[in-house]
Design a protein around this ligand. Structure first.
Ligand code: 13P
Ligand code: SF4
Length: 332
């Protein structure tokens, strides 16, 4: 090691060595910090990472993302050790739906900030929903807990929600937990969608039509690309609505040179890497997911040194949850 070597390079070297020693693969979501994305073997959206977790041969999966993503890896690869470097990295939207108990993310946390009226009380559970609409299949966004997936018929991600909804034979489906993803799907299917009333505070709370107008005025030649978790009125103003990896593909293949991006700011790192000659502007600077940002390079190193935090879904939940995930993964 040279004296000039930066701290970051030292940590990187240690991680790379441990990766070999442990026979580990590092998966990172597109919202992770740039230096975490750069150390990962695979970066991607939820669907790509689920597929990678399902077919990996490595003994250890280090999941740089949030809790439900590591749970999905554990569900799909039960014989592997799945590590989530920061145990507190949750997803508030995923916590907006529970199987039995009250919501873990209380609406009071958001009503003050957003002035939103919820359709259901905090005590309203997935089982209540199923009782209210007997026989109606439940499509669970992957941004849900393993327990919720286990009570659902099929999973979906932002990139396949329409295909998943259309794959069901019933004319009416329940979509949980994101109201905006439900609205996105409802516009693209003939099926009736009954939606849960959850939302992502990064995509929902920090965005409105005024943000779009302002960004478009500042960058009149830019194309607007947004995530389906954005509010419907923002989606309506967009040129393209797609998942995080869908954005990467769209911007790379596009002939345009400037893009306004309506999703978590971590994606800009990869966008700029993939398309160096193009300009990317975040739709709103507040679009930062604190949970995605918890994982630092040092968290990854500590996780591998201490083999923490092991995410293991119990078999009674894993088996039915896997059924819902497998059913999704079978859809091409
Ligand atoms: P993607 O599946 O599009 O990467 O989205 C995951 C997510 O958490 C969006 O907030
Ligand atoms: Fe959850 Fe939103 Fe963060 Fe995605 S960006 S992990 S939906 S809180």
């Amino acid at each position: 090691m040279t004296a000039e070597k930066t701290d970051i390079a030292v940590v990187r070297d240690k991680i790379l060595k441990l990766k070999k020693d442990l026979n580990a693969i590092i998966l990172a979501h597109n919202y992770q910090r740039p230096e975490v994305q750069d150390i990962a073997d695979i970066t991607g959206d939820s669907l790509e990472l689920s597929r990678a977790a399902a077919k990996t041969d490595y003994a250890v999966i280090v999941f740089c993302g949030v809790h439900f993503m590591a749970e999905s890896a554990s569900i799909l690869s039960p014989d592997k050790t799945v590590l989530l470097p920061e145990l507190g990295a949750g997803c508030p939207m995923a916590d907006m739906v529970t199987v039995t108990g009250p919501r873990k993310t209380k609406r009071e946390l958001y009503t003050d900030v957003l002035g939103i009226t919820f359709a259901f009380a905090d005590e309203f559970t997935l089982l209540d929903m199923k009782k209210k609409y007997p026989g109606v299949p439940v499509v669970a966004y992957v941004n849900t807990s393993a327990a919720v997936k286990a009570e659902s018929d099929i999973c979906c991600t932002s990139s396949n929600v329409v295909k998943v909804v259309n794959s069901l034979r019933e004319d009416t489906v329940i979509c949980i937990p994101d109201r905006n993803l439900s609205a996105y799907a409802a516009k693209r299917t003939t099926k009736k969608i009954i939606s849960w009333d959850g939302f992502c505070n990064v995509h929902h709370a920090h965005l409105d039509v005024e943000d779009v107008k302002q960004a478009k005025a500042e960058h009149p030649d830019a194309v607007l690309v947004v995530h389906p978790e954005c509010p419907p009125e923002v989606q309506d103003m967009a040129d393209e609505i797609t998942s995080t990896s869908g954005m990467l593909r769209f911007c790379k293949e596009s002939n345009h040179k400037e893009f306004i991006i309506g999703t978590e700011e971590g994606i800009l790192h990869r966008l700029r890497k993939d398309s160096p000659g193009k300009q990317f502007y975040i739709l709103n600077r507040e679009m930062v997911c604190p949970n995605m940002k918890r994982t630092k390079l040092t968290s990854v190193l500590t996780a591998m040194e201490k083999m923490q935090y092991v995410i293991k879904v119990p078999e009674n939940i894993r088996v039915p949850a896997k059924r819902a995930l497998d059913r999704m993964l079978e859809i091409k």
